[in-house]
Design a protein around this ligand. Structure first.
Ligand SMILES: *[C@@H]1O[C@H](CO)[C@@H](O)[C@H](O)[C@H]1NC(C)=O
Ligand SMILES: *[C@@H]1O[C@H](CO)[C@@H](O)[C@H](O)[C@H]1NC(C)=O
Ligand SMILES: *[C@@H]1O[C@H](CO)[C@@H](O)[C@H](O)[C@H]1NC(C)=O
Length: 484
């Protein structure tokens, strides 16, 4: 029989590479926080790498850069993401007016343009982004609105609250709370030009704040901060057609401000935060699949006070609520499990982050690379976009060497190769003992096919055979099998 080098497959560990995300949290008190999202929705603290007051964040689609509204100096800041660290690339003034009041930032899906909304000034702005993530040139600046004065205290002037790209990426939409307007522009890498029509006029005094689109892009949902409503629109090619207006609070509730709006990735649910007047909750709406209309399901306490930010994990399994003020235990970031049938929320975790918690964003889906380090037989689990080493695993000992890695569903298989057997034991099987290769007949050396999937990860210095771990010095070859 032909000489065989001992090959076996080792199931190292069950790793879900799909749902691994970095979670970014913006705080006006404590800056930017980074967490690793676990599969059960809980968060593993990574770092608080930026202390500059920040109220909104946007991840670049390639995962390598993060953009922030820096409120101290009213700038938009570009950071490079490397592991749990953020390195400032540059920042750009949001306006020629130092009191512009940066409020929102988003990135065009091409990754080539940043959009910003300056609340105090009512201006919308965009900068192009270099391949290295730097904010380069201001290519658009516009104050399209004037204060509607429908709400005397809040609408003396225009107040740009959000600017983002529409689903087919061809238009850019701006929400102006002070002017009661929703502005629409055509996107071009070199500029933004008014679309036709270029504005939707919202009810006087309603204060349109944020917009979210259905996953297929045919519906748009706009939350009005002052009116506490969701306006439901049919959306196509830059045109918004109002089809429903629904309250975010029970009738008779006064003094509440609506905050963030997010659509579930299934399109089946919409979530809106409500704050102030002892109303600190998340309104859960179900979506009529025939026409996109909303129906209230219930309200869930947001955990802390003033939930200004909300976001859903892109898998749709968890909702994260960013409260401006902590609960009695000092926690301001709350995690809820989403019932996939009803959309209702169940509180699962809460975290402190110094209050002022305003926005939660997710990195793009993280791609993990598994690399064999041949000099120490360690498999390195590394996040592709940031080169951040998440984990390393002793895959083999001095007898076995990892040869090849394969990923099937959520299992990672590593083919091990006993190099000491290479070219040895012609016609017989080879057992790679610590003292060197031993040749056996019949040619049955296997910890392989029958045990496939049973192999476990052994602590450093031990080897795996089947479901057991062995010290290499205890290895013996018996009838061609590796035994203790
Ligand atoms: C704001 O500007 C001042 C003066 O240039 C500077 O010292 C400070 O570091 C800036 N703050 C941030 C967060 O960039
Ligand atoms: C940004 O825009 C300026 C002005 O149009 C242009 O010269 C520059 O090449 C653009 N840079 C990128 C990265 O697109
Ligand atoms: C591979 O292992 C060697 C020896 O332990 C170590 O010096 C080297 O840094 C490792 N390489 C990587 C990329 O981790």
């Amino acid at each position: 029989m032909k000489s065989v080098a001992a090959l076996l497959l080792l199931c190292i560990q069950c790793i879900n590479i799909v749902c691994s995300r970095t979670v970014y949290v913006a705080s006006s008190n404590t800056g930017i926080w980074m967490y690793n999202q676990n599969e059960d929705g809980s968060l593993q603290y990574l770092s608080n790498p930026v202390r500059a007051a920040t109220n909104f964040l946007a991840a670049h689609p390639n995962g390598k850069y993060l953009y922030a509204t820096s409120t101290d100096n009213n700038t938009y800041t570009a950071y490079q993401v490397r592991g749990a660290s953020l390195t400032k690339l540059n920042d750009v003034p949001s306006s020629d007016n130092k009191g512009s009041g940066v409020a929102h930032v988003s990135i065009h899906p091409s990754g080539k343009m940043m959009f910003g909304a300056n609340y105090d000034e009512g201006s919308f702005v965009s900068f192009n982004i270099t391949d290295d993530g730097y904010l380069q040139q201001r290519i658009f600046f516009n104050v399209p609105g004037t204060g509607s004065k429908g709400n005397w205290n809040r609408q003396q002037g225009p107040h740009a609250h959000m600017i983002t790209t529409t689903p087919n990426h061809k238009y850019v939409v701006g929400l102006d709370l002070g002017a009661d307007r929703i502005w629409m522009w055509k996107y071009d890498p070199s500029s933004l030009t008014p679309s036709a029509p270029n504005q939707f006029i919202a009810p006087l005094g309603s204060g349109p704040r944020h917009i979210a689109f259905s996953p297929k892009g045919q519906y748009a949902y706009v939350v009005t901060e002052l009116g506490c409503t969701v306006m439901v629109f049919n959306y196509a090619e830059g045109v918004l057609q109002l089809v429903q207006t629904i309250s975010t609070v029970p009738s008779g509730t006064n003094g509440v401000l609506a905050g963030e709006i997010r659509v579930h990735p299934s399109g089946n649910f919409v979530y809106v935060s409500n704050r102030w007047s002892n109303t600190n909750n998340i309104a859960v709406f179900s979506v009529d699949p025939n026409n996109g209309n909303l129906r209230i399901v219930n309200w869930m306490a947001s955990g802390g006070t003033s939930p200004r930010g909300l976001n859903l994990c892109p898998s749709g399994k968890y909702l994260y609520a960013a409260n401006e003020y902590a609960d009695g235990n000092g926690n301001s970031l709350f995690v809820f499990r989403i019932d996939q049938n009803s959309g209702t929320l169940t509180l699962t975790n809460s975290y402190p982050n110094g209050g002022g918690c305003l926005d939660v964003e997710f990195s793009p889906e993280t791609i993990h690379d598994f690399i064999i380090n041949e000099s120490n037989n360690i498999i390195i689990d590394i996040i592709e976009s940031s080169d951040h080493i998440v984990n390393d695993i002793i895959a083999a000992d001095h007898i076995f060497h990892p040869l090849h890695i394969e990923i099937h569903d959520d299992l990672i298989f590593v083919e091990l190769f006993a190099s000491v057997c290479a070219g040895r034991c012609q016609g017989e099987s080879c057992c790679p003992t610590p003292s060197g290769p031993q040749c056996y007949q019949p040619s049955v050396y296997s910890c392989s096919a029958d045990d496939l999937g049973k192999y476990q990860l052994c602590p450093k210095g031990l080897s795996s055979c089947g479901s057991a771990c062995y010290s290499t010095s205890q290895y013996k070859c018996k009838n061609g099998f590796l035994t203790v």
